[in-house]
Ligand binder design. Structure first.
Ligand SMILES: Nc1ncnc2c1ncn2[C@@H]1O[C@H](COP(=O)(O)OP(=O)(O)OP(=O)(O)O)[C@@H](O)[C@H]1O
Ligand SMILES: [Mg+2]
Length: 305
């Protein structure tokens, strides 16, 4: 990973409205993101993800604080923003024009028209077959794919994607995931994406930041954040013997034919080994993924920050 800092947020706040209608959408958010990685910005609905992204591309201004991309302030800096490609919520296209025509117009307004590049991007986002249909007939997922192509028209160094897999089916999500990894690994780009899905962030991001009620509550390497406690469910027989074996080391409760063990994912092999060595029969092992809510609770200590 290079040591270039692609994104820097310094004490960024954004307040909408006044008095009783006042909403503190983003509160004193500081963040530094190195180039050459996929950074996931994770948070539930209304957490402040889109607001932060809009500020990062100078669509709206922070109420306080600074935003720098590649070390330079983003405000009123069109030449800097030329290095950035973005997909924001509800990308708007001309519905009476084809997907291809929309991309052509966008490319011309950004002075980066190149018909062969447009075709290549359409293929990459798997929209080549639909490119010459009018956007009004597109599904949500198709519009999302077109939006992704639009974000890459100017061959940006930094790609900012607000919930890029919204509206995509499982195959589409997988496509986009691979596509994003490719951008970083093969093309050397930096990707900042937002999501409210832990599973999505887990599979594609190198690092994540968790945002909750406008505050950044945690940042770190994905694996580290997820290595915190999980519930391991085991269907075993005989139950009592298994319980006796595990209890000294892990908080364990019995529930019907199942044991529920509080442990980390990394400890699963050890748990299984102990049971097998004691000739406990093991029918099923289910590692219950910590939900995003659990992670927030752990990160915020249960308080509504
Ligand atoms: N233009 C606006 N005027 C007033 N309030 C706003 C405006 N934009 C956002 N907000 C408020 O700011 C908060 C954060 O909204 P934001 O859209 O950034 O959340 P988000 O994390 O993107 O959520 P989602 O997952 O639903 O997209 C919300 O309470 C929202 O109602
Ligand atoms: Mg949003």
């Amino acid at each position: 990973m290079s040591h270039t800092i692609a994104i820097q947020l310094e004490n960024v706040s954004k307040t909408f409205g006044r008095r009783r209608k006042r909403v503190e959408a983003v509160r004193q958010l500081s963040l530094e993101i190195s180039a050459g990685q996929v950074f996931g910005f994770l948070g539930p609905n209304g957490a402040g993800k889109s607001t932060t992204i809009r500020m990062m591309i100078d669509l709206i201004r922070p109420s306080a604080g600074n935003i720098l991309l590649y070390g330079r302030p983003v405000q009123n800096n069109p030449s800097l923003l030329r290095r950035v490609g973005a997909l924001v919520e509800g990308a708007a296209f001309y519905s009476f024009l084809t997907g291809r025509k929309n991309l052509e117009i966008l490319a011309r307004t950004r002075s980066c028209y190149d018909a062969s590049r447009i075709q290549k991007l359409l293929v990459q986002v798997d929209m080549a077959d639909h490119a010459d249909r009018k956007v009004q007939g597109y599904s949500t997922g198709m519009k999302q794919r077109l939006g992704l192509a639009a974000a890459l028209l100017n061959d940006p160094d930094l790609v900012i994607l607000d919930e890029p897999t919204n509206g995509l089916d499982p195959a589409g999500i997988q496509d986009v995931r691979l596509f994003i990894r490719d951008l970083v690994e093969k093309q050397g780009k930096t990707v900042f994406l937002s999501s409210h899905l832990l599973s999505e962030v887990e599979q594609v991001c190198d690092q994540v930041g968790i945002i909750h009620n406008g505050r950044l509550v945690r940042t770190g390497v994905v694996a580290e954040l997820l290595s915190t406690q999980a519930i391991i469910r085991l269907e075993v027989a005989p139950l009592e013997r298994a319980l006796g074996l595990l209890l000294p080391k892990w908080p364990t409760t019995a529930n019907g034919r199942w044991l529920e063990v509080q442990a980390t994912r990394d400890e699963v092999p050890e748990i299984v080994q102990q049971l097998v060595a004691a000739e406990v029969q093991l029918f099923q092992v289910i590692v219950q993924q910590q939900s995003l809510e659990d992670l927030f609770l752990a990160a915020t200590g249960g308080t509504d920050a």
